[in-house]
Design a protein around this ligand. Structure first.
Ligand SMILES: Cc1cc2nc3c(=O)[nH]c(=O)nc-3n(C[C@H](O)[C@H](O)[C@H](O)COP(=O)(O)OP(=O)(O)OC[C@H]3O[C@@H](n4cnc5c(N)ncnc54)[C@H](O)[C@@H]3O)c2cc1C
Length: 493
């Protein structure tokens, strides 16, 4: 048998945290291997509400440090990924039965300032009768607020981090689960998968919901208990014509979002419920669907029923168990656990966190490891270096669309919008010098062509139709069943 390949760092888990660590460490000179059990972002990182936000409601739980840090990150992520991250003006209707106007105004003032200087506009009070966002709402909601946050394509954020890690020399292996790991006598880690063995000077455990399991496999005791909290979302044909998302207070004091989604739809979520069942097949249950329908039906004149749902998904948060009585109150903060020096080769576990904090978490992880891993020589760099395709000013996404339209006049508006948001400047890698649709090969529907599919297979580790339709894109919402089957057949199942 040949000797296992040697890496400086093995990262277990290709969610947002693992991909972020792989990118950061590869950019600081380490030989990195990222191992993901399924597809990239197939865990929680494709099932979020997709907000890059401080979390207005965490102010109520007095998580000021978390909100401050996340708001700072919001601007950083917008800067480095202006294609997949976009600012939005959220509308918060004031309802008499819920939090009073003065309390919301005070919370928003704090939200505007706690993160320091931001390029996003601050909050303001609005009269819903005179505001576009008031049109689809019941008339008894007269007042509200507008405030800023950002939104991101979560699964693409993961993939673009992995792409950049690869461009910086990392090896990325998907569909390769870690089945065992242990420290060898020579001081290295030996990591086992069904496909082989690898050596490494250090291991990062970014296995999300399996973080405690992997810690156990490595022969160490998990230092934190994980609380698994499920959240579900439903997607319905769009409930309103404008681009304002809503944050809707609920009678149980929770909040739900209704967000313009994929041009023709509205994304509604999320729920919070402790999850004790299997993690293999996650679906929103009937109660959650009813809850989400009720949540919007309290506000919009157009009523939603389960029959309107075109797609839904459920995800489970791996939260650090802080003993909170209600799942929505459990901290969204994170903990990093580095093994003791005397134990030998470092093992660093990531517990909890948010999409919004991933870059900062990755930087902290790599800074911690750098003290014990000489290969990590460089300075922190990810806060100022664009993700692939994002090397343009954050206010220039309109210009990017104009340029794509000029360069590829045969593309329709939907496709221009979709690919500029998904690939940014890197769209040209697969559009090349195409003069018309025919130059892009077979068209699978909704503007998905063979050229793009090949790019996703060769550069972004896509293997199945699901990888392409629901993670590299959301074209599953736009292609009919026959088109999806044809893509599946093309990909070989
Ligand atoms: C309903 C919901 C809404 C949310 N909304 C937001 C939001 O709006 N904004 C925000 O900032 N955050 C949000 N979050 C939180 C955010 O989604 C998570 O914090 C984040 O995705 C966690 O990323 P991760 O990389 O730690 O975990 P994951 O994405 O789960 O990645 C872990 C990966 O490890 C892999 N893995 C596990 N075991 C092994 C093994 N043995 N070998 C190899 N690989 C393995 C898994 O397959 C998985 O892909 C939300 C979460 C949920 C559930």
């Amino acid at each position: 048998m040949s000797e296992p390949a040697l890496f400086d760092l093995i990262v277990i888990g290709g969610g947002v945290n693992g991909a972020g660590v792989a990118r950061d460490a590869a950019g600081r000179g380490a030989r990195v291997l990222l191992l993901e059990a399924g597809d990239l972002a197939s865990g929680t990182s494709s099932k979020s509400t997709k907000l890059v936000h401080g979390g207005l409601r965490y102010l109520e739980y007095r998580e000021f440090g978390l909100v401050r840090e996340a708001l700072k990150e919001r601007d950083v992520l917008w800067d480095i990924a202006p294609h997949i991250v976009r600012p939005m003006r959220f509308v918060l209707p004031v309802s008499r039965a819920m939090r009073p106007h003065w309390q919301l105004r005070a919370a928003l003032k704090l939200y505007d300032t706690i993160g320091g200087k931001s390029a996003l506009p601050g909050s303001q009070a609005i009269e819903l009768a005179e505001h576009r966002a008031g049109e689809p709402l019941f008339g008894n909601m007269a007042r509200g607020f507008e405030y800023s946050d950002c939104w991101v394509d979560d699964a693409r954020l993961v993939v673009l981090n992995a792409v950049d890690a690869k461009r910086k020399g990392a090896e990325v292996r998907t569909h390769e689960a870690v089945t065992g790991l242990g420290r060898e006598d020579d001081g290295d880690w030996l990591v086992h998968t069904a496909k082989g063995q690898y050596r490494a000077k250090a291991v990062v455990n970014a296995a999300g919901l399996q973080v405690d399991e992997l810690t156990g496999l490595a022969g160490e005791k998990p230092q934190y208990r994980i609380r698994r909290v499920r959240g579900s979302h439903i997607v319905v044909p769009r409930l309103f014509e404008h681009n304002y998302p809503y944050i809707l207070q609920q009678p149980d004091t929770r909040i739900c979002f209704a967000i313009p989604y994929e041009d023709k739809f509205t994304l509604i979520g999320t729920t919070d419920a402790d999850h004790t069942g299997s993690l293999d097949t996650l679906e929103p249950d009937e109660d959650e669907i009813r809850y989400l329908c009720d949540a919007v039906n309290r506000y919009f004149t157009r009523q939603v029923t389960p029959a309107d749902i075109v797609w839904s998904y459920a995800g489970v948060r791996a939260l650090v168990d802080d003993g909170s009585s209600r799942p929505e109150a459990a901290t969204r903060g994170y903990k990093l656990v580095l093994s003791e020096e005397k134990a030998g080769a470092p093992l660093l576990g990531i517990y909890g966190g948010k999409i919004t904090s991933y870059r900062h978490v990755a930087e902290e992880v790599v800074d911690m490891l750098a003290k014990r891993l000489p290969a990590l020589s460089g300075e922190a760099w990810t806060g100022t270096t664009p993700l692939p395709g994002g090397d343009f000013p954050k206010d220039a996404s309109g210009l990017l669309r104009t340029e794509l339209r000029a360069e590829y006049p045969f593309l329709d508006d939907f496709t221009i919008g979709r690919i500029s948001r998904a690939y940014g400047l890197d769209a040209v890698y697969w559009l090349g010098d195409a003069q018309g649709w025919d130059d892009l090969g077979r068209n699978f529907g909704a503007g998905l062509t063979e050229a793009e599919v090949n790019y996703l297979r060769e550069e972004e580790w896509a293997q199945t139709a699901k990888d392409i339709l629901w993670r590299r894109s959301k074209l599953g919402l736009h292609m009919d069943a026959g088109e999806q089957v044809a893509l599946k057949e093309f990909l070989g199942g």
